[in-house]
Design a protein around this ligand. Structure first.
Ligand code: HEC
Length: 125
């Protein structure tokens, strides 16, 4: 019985779901993005493009939004936004996408990046 409990606890503790971001906390982190980006049913482009269904969305694909040459070049390398490349972009926008117009210093904490990505997924539904 003890062994079973231990195994169960290990599985729960180390499962990937336990490390996924917290959308509620991500809503707070998103305040750093909101001056430039909208998300949700009525989202429009602002300074930056709207962010609906961003995970799995083609990079630089919003019609009528004028992306930088840097972002268009990045789209040639990466195609779609994944949790991995988006987290990297949010950590250091100008390092990951050379010449990006997104003037944002970056989210230094990994938990902030995971949380804001979880929020974006939830808010686009
Ligand atoms: C000062 C304004 C500003 C802030 C703050 C900002 N962004 Fe951006 N964002 C932009 C601009 C401008 C672009 C277009 C970049 C380009 O074309 O190089 C962009 C592009 C993006 C893209 C690529 C979208 C696409 O269609 O390929 C994502 C994803 C993104 N931002 C997420 C975020 C998140 C998440 C935050 C907050 C943590 C954030 N941004 C904060 C201005 C901003």
């Amino acid at each position: 019985m003890r062994a079973l409990l231990l195994t169960l606890m290990t599985v729960i503790f180390f499962s990937p779901a336990a490390q996924a971001g917290d959308a509620e906390k991500g809503a707070k982190t998103y305040r750093k993005c909101v001056s430039c980006h909208m998300v949700g049913p009525k989202a429009k482009n602002r300074v930056g493009p709207q962010l609906n269904a961003i995970i799995g969305r083609e990079i630089a694909s919003i019609d009528g939004y004028k992306y930088s040459k840097g972002m268009i070049a990045y789209a040639g390398e990466q195609k779609v936004w994944t949790e991995e490349n988006l987290a990297a972009y949010l950590a250091a926008p100008r390092k990951v996408v050379k010449g990006t117009r997104m003037s944002f210093a970056g989210l230094r904490k990994e938990t902030d990046r995971d949380n804001v990505i979880a929020y974006l997924k939830q808010a686009s539904q």
